[in-house]
Design a protein around this ligand. Structure first.
Ligand SMILES: *Cc1c(COP(=O)(O)O)cnc(C)c1O
Length: 425
């Protein structure tokens, strides 16, 4: 049956068979992913029950949004899931970068120093910090930045970190996912060790974690191991593919109050911010997030295994335990990278007929090709891929809100490469 429908959709039998033979070797890995999803599903359900989520929570408010019961309960649900004192979960937080910038700006004051103890941060942070000149950066407000790079073996430079912590160090920022870097993504356990080390040197420092792409990939989250504050995007993992916009910050009460005062206004804080018509999607999204994230992680592992088998370098490898949903495949050939992205695009439920082309992007030196046919524009929890047109011509692949869809998407990329004689089977 399945073979027939794949064939009808342009997947040759030998590609289908390759997929299934690769899958046979992944049963242990998939069972582990399902176990994590099961644990996290119950954790989320428990938070819904604890906080008494009701029918009334699914409706939003307009105008100022005073006494928005739906919004307040959702924030309690997030605080419960992430084991924090408080949370800010808002459609007014426009994206991940905004959530992170909000957490940093609101908890730093002129004269303070921000420390990254684990190397470079996500590209968009350069302008937030002021590493690249930009309007309204932390630098403009008199906040300095210091960075300690990872050691050549990809481990923390504890000695360097100890030296970098000084009387000005107010906030430490750690990024869980590697983003587009070549380092590994940190496990929550590793992050916990780093936090412990830092707090022993300076207990009063605030530790922040950029949790983008990490949520629900493990049973534990950085706030369980000492992070004072953590942020992420709702159009990635915790929105479950349903949230149409939004970001979250969870953490200590004081950190969240600082963030709320900056998001809205001093004096108003968390009390305003109408939830409009998005509450149902935010609730249903976080409820689905554990299994949606599991689908994306399965897709990443499957992509790694199939492209490994085809002889490409993949990061991480198919046997590595995952701490985020990102998979890189190095093609070392622009045509192969482009064919991969075309395969993803034509597998999409929306805009499947569109052909992605490499183009110039603000902030990038080389052309970039992107593939995404998503229900929520730019949502990278949905099946998507991108890659800069420069060596090693790597495709960064992520997302997929159902496992059968990601499986088809990956097989379709293989079919695209095969049909163009870029690989042989
Ligand atoms: C996606 C991402 C961001 C930025 O989020 P946007 O929603 O794209 O602004 C920051 N850090 C990491 C690790 C990310 O993956």
């Amino acid at each position: 049956m399945n073979k027939e429908i794949y064939e009808k959709m342009g997947i040759e039998n030998k590609v289908f068979d390759l997929g299934n033979s690769v899958l046979k070797g992944l049963s242990e890995s998939f069972a582990r992913i399902d176990d994590i999803a099961e644990y996290n599903q119950l954790k989320v359900l428990n938070a819904f029950r604890n906080q008494g989520v009701s029918e009334a929570c699914l409706h939003g408010t307009t105008g100022y949004g005073y006494n928005d019961y739906a919004r307040e309960t959702l924030e309690k649900v997030y605080a419960d899931i992430f084991c924090t004192e408080d949370a800010l979960v808002r459609p007014q937080i426009t994206c991940g970068t905004h959530a992170i910038a909000l957490a940093l700006f609101s908890n730093l004051r002129p004269g303070d120093e921000l420390l990254s103890p684990a190397g470079r941060l996500y590209d968009t942070m350069d302008e937030v910090i002021g590493l690249r000149d930009s309007r309204g950066s932390l630098k403009e407000y008199g906040v300095t930045y210091r960075q300690v790079d990872l050691l050549p073996d990809d481990s923390f430079d504890f000695e360097g970190i100890k030296k970098a912590i000084n009387e000005k160090t107010k906030l430490v920022t750690i990024q869980r996912s590697k983003g587009y870097q070549t380092r590994h993504s940190f496990s929550v356990e590793e992050i916990g060790k780093l936090i412990k080390f830092i707090k022993e040197i300076k207990p009063e420092v605030t530790v922040f974690v950029d949790n983008c792409y990490g949520e629900f990939t493990e049973e534990i989250e950085p706030t369980y191991v000492g992070a004072d504050m953590m942020a992420g995007s709702l159009i990635k993992n915790p929105g479950g593919g349903l949230a149409p916009i939004g970001g979250y910050i969870v953490g200590k009460k004081e950190c969240i109050e600082n963030a709320a005062a900056r998001l809205t206004s001093p004096g108003l804080g968390k009390e305003v911010g109408a939830s409009l018509e998005v509450m149902r999607s935010l609730y249903q999204g976080i409820f689905l997030a554990p299994t949606v994230t599991a689908s994306a992680v399965k897709g990443a592992v499957f992509a790694a295994a199939i492209y490994e088998k085809l002889g490409f370098k993949v990061v991480p490898s198919s046997s590595e335990i995952r701490h985020d949903i990102i998979q890189a495949v190095e093609f070392n050939d622009p045509d192969k990278l482009i064919a991969f992205c075309k395969g993803i695009q034509s597998s999409s439920p929306v805009d499947s007929f569109v052909t992605p082309e490499p183009s110039d992007m603000p902030g990038y030196e080389s052309k970039v090709i992107m593939a995404a046919g998503t229900f929520v524009s730019g949502a990278s929890i949905e099946l998507s891929a991108d890659g800069p047109l420069r060596a090693p011509y790597a495709a960064y692949f992520q997302g997929g809100i159902t496992w059968p869809h990601v499986k088809f998407g990956i097989l379709n990329t293989v079919q695209c490469l095969l049909s163009q004689n870029l690989i042989s089977l």
